[in-house]
Design a protein around this ligand. Structure first.
Ligand SMILES: Cc1cc2nc3c(=O)[nH]c(=O)nc-3n(C[C@H](O)[C@H](O)[C@H](O)COP(=O)(O)O)c2cc1C
Length: 340
């Protein structure tokens, strides 16, 4: 209701400007204690997964709070977890703007951000200062300037840096906006990366004195066989979970994307929902009933959140749905989840 009044104003701004304004308003509202006024009364519906207790099953997907500048305010909206990032070892500015495009008639976005972020150390400093007591994951990636063959070093450096501040770490090998990154999903490339990360986690064990789950975030554009091989690898290496999915490079033709369909980048929102659901459903069949799956892609309603759960997701994340519906999406989904 509140957001529906604000939205035309925000949508009159360039998307990144609108994002900055929204974050600034959210932080101010949080400081003034106002977010409790727009947040659902009942948000607790605890679930334990990967050794972590989530207050409820709904979280904020990576990319919304890339730098960890709004964790407390986002958490105060009632979600069970917030995933910060993608962070890279060194700060980088990402691709040149414009790099986010709204497609309101399809409830979609296309973005080619390319991991603009302040770098892992700056983000760690903010993570250390957070007050949000819910689960906080950190999504890690490689710098654009790092050769693909050296990607493993970037992932290990990020894991090492963020481990003390993260409740879980998400390994992003599925962004379409860093050249070649998605090729790291192929098992021959993914195996050494995951093995190195699991080894690094083992090294950090005594220092951390707690279990740090590592999950992998994948694309909705993998062929059945690629998905099968990836699932087998996750089981073999005993990776803790999988996030499905990132944005798609496809442009499904049953959606009114208009001329913006030509823009390079990943498509999110309503048009990715079926692809994400199909991926989650396949993964659930391949991975068995107890393997943790976090479902994300085009959730903008209670029905879509339920569909994600029914496809096999233990937890659900949102991003583009929030841009179009605001925090009422969180309230609606949490009240529906608590009823089932
Ligand atoms: C503008 C934008 C930036 C994103 N940045 C990241 C990112 O840095 N890392 C990541 O893993 N996913 C990123 N994503 C992908 C989302 O986390 C999510 O997987 C995807 O958008 C599908 O969910 P949705 O349809 O609810 O948005 C980004 C998405 C958008 C729209």
């Amino acid at each position: 209701m509140f957001y529906q009044l604000f939205r035309p104003l925000l949508f009159s701004l360039e998307p990144e400007r609108a994002h900055a304004v929204t974050f600034s308003l959210l932080r101010t509202a949080h400081r003034l204690g106002l977010l409790s006024l727009i947040r659902a009364a009942q948000t607790d519906d605890p679930v334990t997964l990967m050794g972590l207790t989530f207050r409820n099953r709904l979280g904020i997907a990576a990319g919304l709070d890339k730098n960890g500048t709004c964790i407390d305010a986002l958490g105060a909206l009632g979600v069970g977890f917030v995933e910060v990032g993608t962070v890279t070892p060194k700060s980088q500015s990402g691709n040149p703007p414009p790099r986010i495009f709204r497609i309101p008639q399809a409830l979609a976005l296309i973005n080619r951000m390319g991991f603009p972020n302040d770098g892992m150390m700056a983000v760690c400093a903010r993570l250390a200062k957070r007050h949000y007591s819910g689960v906080c994951g950190v999504n890690i990636g490689k710098n654009a300037s790092t050769a693909l063959e050296q990607a493993v070093d970037d992932y290990v450096a990020c894991l090492h840096a963020v481990a003390p501040y993260a409740d879980y770490v998400a390994v992003n090998v599925s962004s379409p906006n860093t050249v070649g990154l998605r090729s790291l999903q192929a098992v021959d490339h993914l195996r050494p990366i995951l093995s190195a990360l699991l080894h690094e986690r083992e090294q950090l064990k005594s220092r951390l004195n707690r279990y740090l789950p590592i999950v992998v975030k994948i694309a909705p554009d993998l062929q059945h066989e690629e998905l099968q091989q990836l699932a087998s690898l996750l089981l073999e290496l005993k990776v803790d979970g999988v996030i499905a999915t990132n944005t798609t490079l496809q442009r499904p033709d049953n959606w009114p994307l208009g001329a913006l369909a030509e823009e390079k980048g990943g498509l999110s929102g309503a048009p990715v929902h079926t692809l994400s659901l199909t991926t989650v459903r396949s993964l659930r069949a391949m991975l068995g009933s107890s393997f943790p799956i976090i479902g994300v892609g085009g959730v903008a309603s209670v029905a879509q959140a339920r569909a994600m759960r029914d496809a096999g997701a233990d937890l659900v994340q949102v991003y583009t749905g929030l841009i179009y519906r605001g925090s009422s999406l969180i309230n609606d989904v949490l009240s529906a989840f608590s009823q089932r």
